[in-house]
Design a protein around this ligand. Structure first.
Ligand code: LLP
Length: 424
């Protein structure tokens, strides 16, 4: 259920009018619905209830501390991809021992940091990384818990920039090399093999590719166990998509139901019913539809071929359209009567790629507010300061209460770290 809805012609986030948020906090502002976040997380948590399973929220989708704390309070672990993300988890009161560390380029410093906080597992993506982690763990007097991220070579049928499980992608250890990589891992003194991992892509609408990847991992685990390499957890990554336009993604509960049915049947058949821990790394499906980007119309600029609706949010605030030609929904905050006019909704940044939506019918006037829908995931986390634009404010709504969970950046803060060389 959406927690962004019209009441008397005015769009609200839960019980708070977006027009009130704009007048209190200005624009552009990301607005998140707490209820929506909790419901989305619950769709995973409920399907995992009573099982040895861990939902590790992929915080790259949205790493605001308030969101991390909320999810941590409901038992979430986290999938992280940098030392910075680990420090965020800790700052938000999350538990590092429920953290998985993914990513192809972990530095020595990041490894040391993660080891010092006893994270649950490193999702290792290559042999050189495995060797480095072995060294760093040895220096720290620790054994690093490791899963190999296996690349199952399954086509996730999504945008090429967010497909990760194909042979041509930089991610993971090739499926055909995985067994040898595990043999190597078990021979390294400071590595402790604990699991197996894959993540095949993002914004997947159908779970068939995910189940195909699961089948491949199951076969591999059986082969490994027959060689005496025990696996304690199986991590299926994230990837379940959301509705931006008219997409109909698989329901999270249905997907998890199918995953557990397969796993249960397999464990029953081959492992005497002995369970295996299962981890998931969902990002978008938890936060995507829990947030909007609130923006104000600066100008309506009629053109010969196109009309432009120039708003105060831009590609630096929301990169998805410029980067993936992503379709994002746009709605007027105040419903007006009148004839729709077709607009391209664009920002003030000096790039033709700076558009947020194209060819949309809107009934709007200058000064009106718009929202870009489904902006909770990969919105603020991908924002930049291009054109010396401070990043947007972020507001979390809980019923009739709203909290500024990140201040708007000031221009001064954007050049505060810069220094002028001495004049000669
Ligand atoms: N685990 C790993 C290792 C990942 O790389 C990702 C996302 C996830 C989990 C979470 O996937 P999700 O559940 O959100 O699909 N910026 C792009 C999406 C990039 C996804 C990167 N990896 C976008 O805006 O569409």
């Amino acid at each position: 259920m959406s927690h962004f809805s019209y009441r008397n012609g005015e769009l609200h986030a839960e019980s708070v009018s977006l027009a009130d948020i704009a007048s209190r906090f200005g624009t552009p502002t990301y607005v998140y619905s707490q209820q929506s976040l909790l419901e989305n997380f619950a769709s995973y948590a409920d399907a995992c209830a009573g099982r040895d399973a861990l939902v590790c929220y992929a915080m790259k989708a949205n790493s605001n501390l308030a969101i991390l704390r909320l999810l941590a309070s409901r038992g979430a672990g986290f999938d992280l991809v940098s030392g910075g993300e680990l420090l965020r988890v800790i700052a938000a009161g999350g538990d590092p021992r429920k953290c998985l560390f993914s990513g192809v380029g972990k530095t020595r410093d990041e490894m040391r940091l993660a080891l010092s906080h006893d994270i649950l597992c490193f999702n290792v993506e290559s042999i050189p990384e495995l060797r480095r982690l072995n060294e760093v763990a040895g220096e720290a007097g620790k054994r690093a818990p490791v899963s190999l991220r296996v690349n199952p070579n399954v086509d996730p049928k999504t945008h090429p920039y967010i497909a990760t499980g194909l042979k041509a992608n930089k991610f993971g250890v090739a499926f055909t090399d995985a067994l040898d990589a595990y043999r190597l891992a078990t021979s390294l003194p400071n590595i402790e093999v604990v699991g197996i991992d894959c993540h095949i892509g993002s914004q997947l609408l159908d779970d068939a590719p995910l189940l195909e990847a699961l089948d491949k991992l199951i076969d591999l685990i059986d082969t490994m166990e027959s060689e005496g390499i025990p696996i304690h957890h199986l991590d299926l990554g994230g990837g379940i998509g959301i509705t931006y336009d008219d997409e109909q993604p698989v329901a999270v509960g249905d997907y998890l139901g199918r995953v557990f049915a397969r796993i249960d049947a397999w464990r029953q058949q081959k492992h005497g019913g002995r369970p295996i821990k299962v981890c998931f790394e969902p990002g978008r499906s938890i936060v995507g539809n829990a947030g909007v980007l609130l923006t104000r119309i600066e100008y309506l600029k009629p053109g010969e071929e196109k009309n432009f609706c120039i708003v105060d949010a831009a590609m630096n605030d929301m990169m998805r359209p410029a980067m993936y030609e992503a379709w994002m929904g746009v709605q007027a905050v105040t419903q007006r009567s009148g004839d729709e006019v077709q607009y391209d909704v664009v920002g003030p940044v000096c790039e033709s790629g700076d558009w947020l939506a194209r060819d949309r019918g809107l009934v709007v006037a200058e000064g009106d507010l718009l929202v870009i829908n489904s902006a909770g995931a990969y919105g603020m986390t991908m924002a930049s300061n291009y054109n010396t634009r401070g990043r947007a404010a972020e507001v979390l709504v809980d019923g009739s209460r709203c909290t500024l969970v990140r201040q708007r950046e000031t221009p001064e803060s954007l050049f505060a770290l810069e220094q002028l060389p001495a004049q000669s």
